[in-house]
Design a protein around this ligand. Sequence first.
Ligand code: GLU
Length: 312
Amino acid sequence: MTDSSNGAGRFAPSPTGEFHVGNLRTAMLAWLFARSSGRGFLLRVEDLDRVRAGSEEIQREDLAAVGVTFDPPLLRQSEEQGRYAEALQSLDRRGLLYECFCSRKEIAAAIEEAASAPNGGPGAHAPALYPGTCRDLSASERERRRERLAEQGRRPALRIAADVRTWAVDDELCGRTETPVDDFVVQRNDGAFAYNLVSVVDDAFTGVDQVVRGDDLLDSAGRQAWLAGVLGLPVPSYAHVPLALNAEGRRLAKRDGAVTLRQLSERLGSTEAVVGLILDSLQLPGGPRTLEQALDVFTPSRVPREPWVFTA
Ligand code: GLU
């Protein structure tokens, strides 16, 4: 737990590789939001999945180099499994979970079918949402499908039976935003606890009451805020910041050229120059050159609402 009584923000990278400047910019913004409101700032390593050896160290070095500092404790999700299991059990005890036997292919087909149903079936306006195929299976059907999966050495995923279709969050930058809530997976069929569950549990456990992250995750905010309520946990405030895009208007990626801190420091001559470049994109008054200087002039409401087009 953080001992900050003023709440906390966080940055929660997945250690899947080296950051690019867009990731660093999001981290810097999350830090500015937290520090400018007197909050603590925590690092959470989302290492339940797709971990690349050495990434955590490189990411932490980069964050330190651009001035993003953290308060203890550092949380690694791989070390927190007991808490996720407890949350899952509490949902299960309340009868809110069901087994899902669908393969990806079956889900895609069910979504397509629902979307093409006459009068716009339940999936018509939300084609990416799980249409609830396994929600009402009989006990004997579940048993049969469980056995069939077991024969293939597989097991079902667990989904939460949502009693809403959407949930609204008040986002500091995007305004009141209603996002979909389907029967999302809380435990995957490989046994891993799913992102939405662990994120909600971790934020509450560490006293995080402010979530600032890329706006590619805005769609998850409704599910997470709703789940927090179901688990009896406080709902944090949200601010989803625009992402960095490449010259073609697509999300910036490593293949776009010199986009990592190392590559850009070499090209521009110093790390400080890269920090300056990122800070320039925030259009802060006075043109601060360091994150500490930026803190003096940062106002959340004046964060640019347009994506940052970065041409490497
Ligand atoms: N681990 C996620 C990512 O790297 C961020 C999750 C979050 O901020 O809620 O995109």
